[in-house]
Write a protein that binds this ligand. Structure first.
Ligand SMILES: *Cc1c(COP(=O)(O)O)cnc(C)c1O
Length: 337
């Protein structure tokens, strides 16, 4: 099987599995798991934040972040394409009673400051209190320009908004832009990291921020059923992922670019290599047929996300050879179609 559906499909490597088996563990709800504690401390120090919290998923980490910043009846601003709005089952509204205020993302993934300004609610009892601004980086595989991040940070500060980053793939952004890790996240009050995407851990995300914020998030995590016991078993894999799998994201980016270039040479597809910045490639089928194409690929053991556009994601279990195998299978499909 070659799986291009997502970078969440990665399999833990042998070293990772061994570290998991050997990890010293304790009850993390009591704060007793040395492996979880070490992971949280390592991540916080490395990224220049006071504190970190190990969470079961990126969805949970984002929800905790939003709920730790906003109260019932508050409002948060974010992009229409944001994962923490569109793909998290409405958790902030349902579980936090926090009003979503989505705004159209520009092509580069940013939310124009004009739109943000227009969406701020005046301090008037007719309105929800605008409390937080949330960005995402990378978003749709694109790296947010750091100049924009800094402008948005200034805007947030000027309007007393908490500033959160959904950084599920922040290391893809960091590796692509070459920016210093701490500098990339310094403007944010809080941010998340997915250990279970391109970094290759089987489970887990981190939420980072100041001490008081993380304490509030910890209570909320318990409330949501996210207090885990001997979680060091999985945190050990997360630590390995952070320590070993960041720089190699560049390979995924190179493979994605190669894939986009090869796809752009197939007449029946529309794919623009100049739009590929990290590990996500989109291609439109000029004559529809995305479903048939994905079914034909699946028969050959190649999995893709058959939306319109089709999405291909590169990760540590697909190499250059896998990319070429995929492209050959697509060409064969169109020859026979
Ligand atoms: C995957 C993802 C999440 C959520 O992570 P899960 O671990 O799947 O819950 C959040 N934000 C972004 C941008 C993601 O890609």
């Amino acid at each position: 099987m070659i799986d291009f559906r997502s970078d969440t499909v990665t399999q833990p490597c042998n070293t990772m599995r061994q570290l998991m088996a050997d990890a010293p563990v304790g009850d993390d709800v009591y704060g007793d798991d040395p492996t979880v504690n070490a992971l949280e401390q390592y991540a916080a120090e490395r990224m220049g934040k006071a504190s970190a919290l190990y969470c079961s998923s990126g969805t949970q980490a984002n929800l905790l972040g939003i709920m730790a910043h906003c109260g019932r009846g508050d409002e948060y601003l974010y992009g229409q394409q944001a994962h923490n709005y569109k793909y998290e089952a409405g958790g902030a509204a349902v579980l936090g009673s926090i009003q979503p205020q989505p705004l159209a993302n520009a092509a580069d993934g940013s939310i124009p400051l004009e739109l943000l300004k227009g969406a701020l609610k005046p301090d008037d009892f007719h309105f929800a209190m605008t409390r937080m601004l949330s960005l995402e980086n990378t978003i749709g595989g694109k790296v947010l320009p750091q100049s924009y991040v800094l402008e948005a940070a200034t805007f947030a500060k000027a309007h007393q908004l908490k500033f959160h980053l959904d950084g599920a793939r922040i290391f893809n952004a960091i590796v692509k832009s070459g920016i210093d890790e701490r500098e990339a996240v310094a403007p944010f009050d809080s941010f998340t990291i997915c250990l279970s995407k391109g970094l290759g851990a089987p489970i887990g995300s981190l939420l980072l921020g100041d001490e008081a914020f993380i304490q509030r998030a910890k209570r909320l995590r318990k409330m949501l059923g996210g207090g885990m016991r001997q979680a060091g078993i999985i945190a050990a894999a997360g630590r390995y992922a952070l320590e070993n799998n960041v720089a190699r994201l560049a390979d995924d980016h190179n493979n994605a670019l190669l894939l986009a270039e090869l796809l752009s040479q197939i007449d029946e597809l529309e794919s623009d290599p100049s739009q590929v910045q990290t590990n996500i490639v989109y291609a439109r089928c000029r004559m529809g047929k995305a479903k048939q194409l994905s079914a034909a690929l699946a028969e050959q053991g190649i999995l893709v996300s058959a939306g319109e556009p089709i999405r291909f994601v590169t990760h540590l279990n697909v190499d250059e050879q896998a990319v070429r195998t995929l492209v050959n299978a697509i060409k064969q499909f169109y020859r026979e179609a």
